[in-house]
Design a protein around this ligand. Structure first.
Ligand code: FMN
Length: 194
């Protein structure tokens, strides 16, 4: 039940600050442990993460703004980018397409499934880190500016071509908690057979 209680406390937190209640090392440990324990189809270890902190975190979000608004004329408000910069850091989630290709070669009967499975594993990893952060009162939200920013990200962090960006998670201290969500009775979405 403690685990379920922890799940109930994870929210999308958009009002972030840089005052985190744990050390930088603990953040890195949470991320490493999540990467270690989250499962992956055929144990293919396709998931990759970049933890972006300090000036690199600021530069990253300024570059996202540059790619979307300055280059493409997107209407993304500057205040939204600044709300991410206000946080302590950003987790970037990737999968390594080279691992998937190799696994497809080894297990041709399931070849069509590996992309879906790898994305499922990436979602599990996002969820694990998001929840683990919530248990130590670190707020986070989930963003998707890929694929527009893919090339910029690869260049900025000198990543292999095969690393494919899936999501961006700004995180930090909780400056303002989100408004309470109405309690849902989810039982209508669960069919019981006995
Ligand atoms: C797969 C997935 C994609 C999401 N994409 C975005 C996004 O691009 N931007 C955003 O602000 N929130 C995004 N969210 C957050 C959801 O909107 C949010 O989790 C949902 O409204 C429930 O609110 P809660 O996180 O506070 O419980 C995403 C969530 C999931 C699971």
């Amino acid at each position: 039940m403690e685990f379920i209680k922890a799940l109930s406390q994870r929210r999308s937190v958009y009002n972030l600050n840089k005052q985190i209640p744990v050390s930088k090392d603990e953040i890195i440990e949470i991320v490493n442990d999540a990467v270690r324990y989250v499962p992956d189809a055929f144990n293919m270890k396709s998931q990759r993460v970049v933890v972006v902190l300090d000036n690199k975190h600021t530069n990253f979000w300024n570059s996202v703004y540059n790619e979307l608004v300055v280059k493409l004329g997107d209407k993304l408000p500057r205040a939204r980018i600044d709300s991410f910069i206000n946080g302590y850091g950003t987790i970037l989630y990737f999968y390594d397409a080279a691992v998937v290709t190799e696994t497809q070669r080894n297990y041709p009967f399931y070849a069509d499934m590996f992309h879906d499975w790898m994305m499922q594993s990436n979602g599990m990893l996002q969820f694990a880190i998001w929840n683990a952060f919530a248990t130590v009162s670190i707020g986070a939200n989930l963003q998707h500016y890929n694929p527009i920013i893919d090339k910029m990200v690869r260049n900025m962090f000198n990543l292999p071509e095969s690393w494919t960006l899936v999501a961006q998670m700004p995180f930090g201290g909780i400056a303002l908690p989100p408004t309470r969500k109405p309690q849902e009775d989810a039982s209508w979405r669960v069919k019981l057979e006995e």
